[in-house]
Design a protein around this ligand. Structure first.
Ligand code: ADP
Ligand code: ZN
Length: 297
């Protein structure tokens, strides 16, 4: 079985590993995301060491974005317009491929995680589903008709606009681009700015969570109506609050108000809106799946 390399490239940290899947993933390392040169350089040095022990067939990169995931483009594998200092227009995927001499599968962090969930997790056998992360940002990816969603660039599900709730003490929202988009209303930093405490310190009965579930449900209802997903996987730090799941499910049903006539939503929503089957390994295993897909094509 060929051995793959994987990079989960986040805005705050990078995770690198080698392996073939959930039962064989090893030599994982983590380091902070600093300058592109230093950070990508560390990843390349790591894979050179690994490849010296056993050759790698391909490397998968699941990256924070926006990115260019179009293999036909000159800037394929680049981090493109990110506001993250120093990272705009950075060659990442091609640089890794050149340095290691192997093909690189490159996509958004959330498309990567979605592919991992499809291969080994909570979306096995589904041709249409979405994976959303609710963390420092909010991003979404997934499959439509069995293919990872790309289209114009790639989905930006976190930036759909939402009407502010009348009880929201900060109805203007916090996204520097849009104010009250899903990310600007419901990411971890929005919770912290709205309530003055880090999200992980807010008690389960804090009013923050009703409002959080409301915004997530409005966003999900819109995505359900647009993409008709067969399942929705919610990952990311904020969803570590397990009590959010029943709240979100109930509010999605209320938002849709019986209109979408599927038992998945009307009767079995517990199996429709779910945490990642791969837990917090969805990202790194997604990168393995991206590498594997590269070799298959
Ligand atoms: P990132 O998005 O940077 O990859 P995370 O998914 O962990 O990382 O998201 C970090 C955000 O999630 C922070 O805003 C943090 O406050 C929030 N967060 C992390 N863990 C929890 C938790 N257990 N409960 C609620 N919020 C959390
Ligand atoms: Zn926005």
């Amino acid at each position: 079985m060929p051995l793959y390399g994987a990079i989960e490239a986040g805005g705050t940290k990078f995770v690198c590993a080698v392996g073939t899947g959930p039962d064989n993933l090893h030599n994982e390392i983590r380091f902070p995301t600093t300058t592109p040169q230093e950070t990508i350089g560390r990843a390349i040095a790591y894979f050179k060491e690994q490849a010296a022990q056993s050759p790698l067939a391909a490397i998968g990169v699941a990256a924070f974005g926006p990115v260019d995931p179009n293999p036909a483009s000159d800037t394929f594998g680049y981090i493109t317009t990110t506001p993250k200092p120093g990272w705009a227009n950075t060659d990442f995927g091609q640089a890794v491929s050149r340095a290691l001499g192997v093909p690189v599968g490159f996509d958004t962090d959330v498309n990567g995680a979605a592919l991992g969930e499809h291969r080994w997790g909570a979306a096995q056998g589904l041709d249409n589903f979405i994976y959303l992360t609710i963390g420092t940002g909010i991003g979404g990816g997934g499959l439509v008709n069995g293919h990872l969603m790309h289209g114009l660039i790639h989905p930006e599900m976190g930036h759909i606009l939402l009407p502010p709730h009348p009880d929201d003490p900060h109805p203007e929202g916090f996204c520097p681009y849009h104010g009250h988009c899903l990310e600007g209303m419901a990411n971890g930093p929005a919770l912290e700015k709205r309530w003055g405490h880090r999200a992980e310190t807010l008690a389960p009965d804090h009013p923050a969570w009703e409002l959080e579930a409301h915004y997530l449900a409005v966003g999900l209802a819109g995505l359900i109506c647009t993409l008709s997903p067969e399942r929705i996987i919610l990952g990311g730090g904020v969803m570590e609050q397990a009590h959010l799941f029943p709240l979100v499910r109930q509010k999605v049903q209320q938002q849709l108000n019986g209109y979408v006539q599927s038992p998945a939503i009307l009767d079995k929503i517990d199996q429709y809106i779910v945490p990642p089957g791969l837990g917090n390994r969805a990202g790194i295993l997604g990168a393995i799946a991206l590498a594997e897909q590269q070799l298959g094509e």
